[in-house]
Design a protein around this ligand. Sequence first.
Ligand code: SAH
Length: 367
Amino acid sequence: MTAERTLINLLDLDEAGLRAFFQSIDEKPFRAEQVLRWIYHHQVLDFESMTDLGLALRQKLARLAEIRPPKILTERVSRDGTVKWLIGLPGGNAVETVFIPEPGRGTLCVSSQVGCALNCTFCSTGAQGFARNLSTSEIIGQVWLAAHALGHERNGVRRITNVVMMGMGEPLLNFDAVLPALRLMRADLGFGLASRRVTVSTAGLVPGIAKLKEAVDVALAVSLHAPVDDVRTQIVPLNRKYPIAELMQACREYLSGQKKRSITFEYTLLDGINDSDQHARDLVKLLRTVPSKLNLIPFNPFPGTSYRCSSASRIERFQQLVRDGGIIATVRKTRGDDIDAACGQLAGDFRDRTRRREKRRAEGVKL
Ligand code: SAH
C-alpha cells in the first residue's frame, strides 16, 4: 500500500470527528475549529496556507491527512442560469450536482449515491441501477466544489442558500455517510445553513425517517407521487415494504415535538397514471393528516421512458383541486432541462455496468 492511500481525508469528518482525529494524533481538539474555518469559510485546502497552525503541526498534518474533494469533470450552464457539474469519482464513476439560481436564493441539489437501488419507474437514475454509496467527503465535497466554483459569496450575498439532497440516490439508504455531511452543512464552522434550508428527500424509507429525526435538525421532503397504495407501488416499488399509511405515520412522528412546521411532499405528475381528479381528491384527504406542503413536479422525460408528462391544463386543474382542498401546492418550474439537469434526469455515469444487476439484487435484498 502506498503512503498516499493511508492519508485521512478530512472532508470525511464532521466537527466531532475532526476533534476526535486531533485527539488521536495528540493534538488539542480545538484545532478542529481552525481547520474547519479554513476549509469551509476560507475554502483553503492546503495545510501550508493555514497560517494559524504552527509549522510543526502543518507538517504533521501533511504527513497524515489530506483535504481532497472529488474532481469536477465537466460544467454545463443552462440558458436559465442553472449549472450542472459532472463530478468524477475514483474507479471511473461520476455523479451530478445541480445549482439552481432564483431571485433571492440559490439551491444546490446534491447526490448521495452512484445510481440508486430503488428502481422508481419514472426516474432515470433508478433505471441505471445502483453502483455504490458516496462517502461523506464525496457528498460535502459537492457543496464545497459548487461554493468554490460559484464564488462562496457575491457582494456579501451567499450564492448557495439552500441544499437539497434531491440528486442521484436515496440519501436515507446511505445514512452513515450522509449524516456527517448534513452536520457540516448545518454547522457554523461549516456552511452554516439554517435547518429549514437543508432538505433530505426520501422515497419513503420509514426507519430512516425516524433515525434522521434523532440525528440532525433538517427539513424533510417525501416523494409521495400517489395517494393510494396500488398506484404508488407501481411507480415507487419501495411502497410494497413501507405502504402509505406507515409512511404518513412516520411523517407525523418526524414533526412531533419539533419546531418544524411541515413536510414537503413531492408528486411527479405522470399522464394517465396519477393525475386524475380522483387522485387529487384522495391526495387532499391524505395530506390533511399531516402538516404538509405539496410540490407538484411535471414529469421530465428521459431516453427509454414510456411515461408522458401531464398536459399543462391537467397540471393546472390538479393544482386547483388540491388547493381547493386547503393544501398549499406549488408547481415546480422545470429548470435546466436544456442541459439534462431537471428532476429525474440526472444520469451521472458509471462504468462497472457488468456488476450492476448483481449489486442491485444485493441491495434489493437489504431493503
Ligand atoms: N431518492 C430520493 C432523492 C431523489 S429526489 C427521493 O426519492 O426523494 C428526486 C426527486 O425527483 C424525487 O421526488 C423524484 O421522485 C423526482 N423525480 C425523479 N424522476 C423524475 C422525473 N423523470 N421527472 C420529474 N421528477 C422526477
